[in-house]
Design a protein around this ligand. Sequence first.
Ligand code: FES
Length: 434
Amino acid sequence: DERGTVSVLPQELLLRVFRFLGPEDLCRCGQVCSVWAQVAKTGSLWGHLYPVRWARGDYYRGPPGESGQEPDEDWVKSLQDEGRAYQDWDEDADVDESEEASEESPAISAVQREKRLLNGMIQNLLPAVGPSVRSLSLAYSSAVSSKMVRQILSLCPNLTHLDLTQTDISDSAFDSWAEFGACRTLERLDLSGCDKITDRTLKILSLGLGDLTTSGPDHRAKLLKAPPSPINFQDECSLPPMGRSCQDLIFKRRPGGRGSGCGPAHVWVLDPSKFADIEDAADWRKRGDVSVQENGRGGSSCCCRRITHYILHGPSFFCSSLFLLQKTTAFCPYSPKLVNKATLCECECHDATLLCVCCRCLSQRGGLPLLLHLNLSGCLLITGAGLQELVSACPSLNIEHFYYCDNINGPHADEASGCQNLQCGFRACCRSGE
Ligand code: FES
């Protein structure tokens, strides 16, 4: 009699139970049966990935910032020793290819474990949950290659945090972002100590963030490409299923406001506190009033993906130069039914056009670059010109969180925070010998 056992739990309850599990237990549960495997691959369970830590038995999976501090110096040193041992062994592999040789060395087997874990993630997990992954830390990885990073980035289009500190990657790692607007959701990027990257990476990033100022007509044409179904804000009832779902999810209806079109007048007020699990397809299905494809894939248009991202960050309004606006009230010219709190622009453009976070605006503007934190400390091959080009595509960049080598004459030289590696005992810095 199976009644009363965990095997008869509905998937929604199973998912709630799975939320309490770490990555190791989730992987084990995913091997129990096909139903559990399906639930274990729900996107919201895999929002934050730390494969380097996982490969060493630390199954942390909280959001970045909570673990926050610099890693322990001993931990980093052991990682570096493992990497060196693995490279020596790999170079000798022609001579001694036996598995036993690697098994004898804990250092080599640790890197091999990391490599297996990364390959397993790329082949089995990310194809299912990639669109839900928000943060990925590969800092200090001895096993990650440019090819792996390229594969991961192509599978995780909605990343907000990416940490590749002290890895051996080169420019080709970012080739999957070499498409206009490919990484618009990115907020934090750490490339400290990636001393092989050059201005080519900065170019790819500025393109990937949606640099309107330097893009050519072809890219602009791509940018202006309409979403799969036309969205008519004059007639709310004509919104396509996904567009309509987004509207319903973003805005809580409150009677008594101004409006036009179908139904009584309403003010739509953003309520971001309700959307922590925005991409949890199982929860939305359970509500029954929205139709969202699992993991935001398939029928989800790119503009809907962007919207789910902006929901999590509360109401945002931008001027036509993509500067964040503050404290005043205005109507978005493209969606007059939406009464929004927005503000006047602090940039130099003095353009009265305000853009609210709606499908039409996003599809017209091609997304809103959100990069706040950029760490390029120790990247010695980049130049001031390359940095300038990248910074021109980062209107949200917080200069206090902008780091690069002190010996490069780059943008915001007086206000930027300079090289971070100099203060860090275990990172290479061109000035550490001074
Ligand atoms: Fe040049 Fe640190 S890498 S100052």
